[in-house]
Structures are given as structure tokens and as C-alpha cells.
Design a protein around this ligand. Sequence first.
Ligand code: DAK
Length: 260
Amino acid sequence: MQYENLKIEITDGIAVITISREKALNALNSQTMLELRYFFSEAGLKIPGLKGVVLTGAGEKAFVAGADITEFSGLDAAQGAAFARRGQDIFFLIEHFHLPVVAAVNGFALGGGCELAMACHLRVAGEKARFGQPEVNLGLIPGYGGTQRLVQYIGKGKALELLMTADMIGAEEAHRLGLANCVVPAGEEVAKAKEIIEKTSAKAPVAISKIIECVNACFEPGTDGFAKEVEAFGQCCNTEDFREGASAFVEKRKANFQGR
Ligand code: DAK
């Protein structure tokens, strides 16, 4: 697939995906969503030695200022539901990606942009980041998982407040609430996200992917997360990396994990 709206740079095993529609504050139009789907379902699975993915927005003003408002007027109920389902499926691909995906939130993360950041495993907020779910201003509710993931991150009371008032919060408040993992000076978001991925990539890869699976299981209706953890623990025990990690500890040396 030819990317039109995603700029993808792979350096030292880290893919930095920049959503590049700066004139529309990187709003997610259908083409951008297709490109995200392609990366997280196909292209990203074939990159040799990939350690993780950083998602950010072009320019200094916005991470992503929402779904592209110019595209979703005039949808009827069935079309709207299909639109939401398609978007949710793409964000599930991100949430279930086998390697860490870190959002480097460099400005406005509103509506679908906040939902995109929340679908990532971790969020680094630049000090100019602004998070919000302003859909009620448009007569809508979030359609890409915002009513669910915001509650998971910040709790029901605060989530209801942000969802019903459409208020935006800054980086420090997002950090205090548990929505952002850390706050960094503006312009340093991607570097910090890469630093986190470097750190996770020094750990056992199978264990990292099992952590992602098990934590996601916590929020999947009908999935027994504890049973999933038992199964994943057993699978980790069966890896060469577990033997290497345990030997390295005993031998007081750094483990050299192979992802097997
Ligand atoms: N879509 C399209 N264009 C956008 C945009 C967006 N979400 N946000 C900004 N832009 C465009 C503006 O129209 C403007 O374009 P020009 O006029 O220059 O051509 C350009 O980006 C710069 O924006 P502003 O001139 O407004 O910049 P300001 O600094 O004055 O304001 C702002 C920045 C972020 C506060 C403001 O742009 C803003 O309020 N933007 C909209 C934020 C927002 O409401 N986002 C949408 C949230 S709702 C659905 C599923 C999901 C969703 C919807 C439907 N279905 C299942 C049907 C999700 C919806 C959302 O994301």
C-alpha cells in the first residue's frame, strides 16, 4: 500500500509513524484509518527486528484533533454504527499489537485522537498536549472506544465529567489522572517514547507480548484474565528466554534474550 497520510521511519528497530495531515491538525480521515489498519495488520508484522512503534502527529500543534469532521456528516444510524465498528476494529489492532506501541502526544489529542492515544499501550505527553473528548459538542458520543477506555484509565467519575462537559485537560492533569504515563518538554515526546521502547526491547520479547495479551484480557468481556495469565505464564516457562533470564541472574550477568 502506498501511504498518503502516514510517514513511517524505521531506525534502530523502532518504527515512528507520523500522522501527517498538518493542515487539518492530523484529523483521522478514512484514508488515514486504512493506512493505520494496513500497518498494524500487515506491514508492521513483517518488519525484521522491530522493537516497537511510536505514533505521533506532524507539526507542533496537534497529535490528532479527532476524526475528520468533514467526513461524517449525513451518516444514518446503520452507516454510523458501521463507521464506529470499523474504527474500533482498527484501534483493537493497535491495542493488541504484539510489540509496545507508544503514543507521543505532541499537542491536541481530541475525540478520535484521544481515543487513538488511549488504544496505544503507553502515552508520553509533551507539555503542550491537550486531551479531550468533545464529541457532545457535535451531537455525538465517542465511537472509537472512548467511552470504554477513558473509564479504564481515569475511572468512571472523572471520565463521565470529561465526556459530558467536553472539557480539555493538559499534560500534567492527564498524568495526575493516569491517562499520560509521563510528561516531557515539548519536542521531546518522540525521543522519550523511543527511550521507553529501547528499555522494553531489552526484556524477553515473548514475555512482553504476553504482558500485552494478559493486561488486555482484563478488559475483555467473557475472557478470564486470571486463566489467561496462568496459560501465558506456562508458555513463558517453556521459552529459551526464561532459561536464559534465570541463568543470567544466577551468573550475575546481563541476559541475552533471543525471543524464543
Ligand atoms: N476534522 C477536520 N478538520 C479539522 C479538525 C477535525 N477534527 N480539527 C481541526 N481541523 C481543521 C480546521 O477546520 C482548520 O482548517 P482550515 O479552516 O484551516 O481549513 C484547521 O484544522 C486548523 O484548525 P483551527 O483553525 O480550528 O485551529 P485552532 O487552533 O483555532 O483550534 C482546535 C484548534 C483543535 C481547538 C480546533 O481545531 C477544534 O476544536 N477542532 C475540532 C476538535 C474536535 O471537535 N474534534 C472532533 C472530535 S469528535 C464516529 C466515530 C468517531 C467519531 C465521530 C464519528 N462515527 C462512528 C460516525 C469521532 C469524532 C471525533 O473525533
